[in-house]
Design a protein around this ligand. Structure first.
Ligand SMILES: [Zn+2]
Ligand SMILES: [Zn+2]
Length: 111
């Protein structure tokens, strides 16, 4: 999770509204502000982070403030997990594809 200065969070909330900006990256389809987060019901405060999440904390921290969106903690953690699982599946698929080439190498051009 990003640790952002209050001024950055205030700017993000001013630009995008003081509601969770998730529109389904967490894996649950909903419109922005409709994930159930509410400021007066004991939820954790919103924080500012890139939408969709980047894979690593370092990459998330490097995203310019103009590209940040308000997130509630629940959507952020689910979206980050989904993003990392997606990348993991992609790596597995790439590994499989690479192994196919090992056992069925493309014909080498005669020269
Ligand atoms: Zn969400
Ligand atoms: Zn949310």
């Amino acid at each position: 999770m990003n640790t952002v200065r209050p001024t950055i969070l205030a700017a993000v909330l001013a630009a995008h509204g003081a509601a969770c900006g998730c529109t389904g990256a967490c894996g649950t389809t909903h419109t922005a502000g409709a994930c159930g987060w509410a400021p007066d019901q004991g939820f954790q405060p919103l924080h500012a982070a890139p939408y969709p999440p980047r894979l690593t904390d370092a990459a998330n921290a490097a995203v310019p403030a103009a590209q940040l969106r308000p997130w509630c903690g629940r959507c952020w953690h689910r979206a980050l997990k989904a993003r990392r699982e997606e990348a993991e599946q992609q790596r597995i698929q790439e590994l499989r594809n690479a192994q196919i080439a090992l056992f069925d190498p493309p014909a080498v051009a005669a020269g």
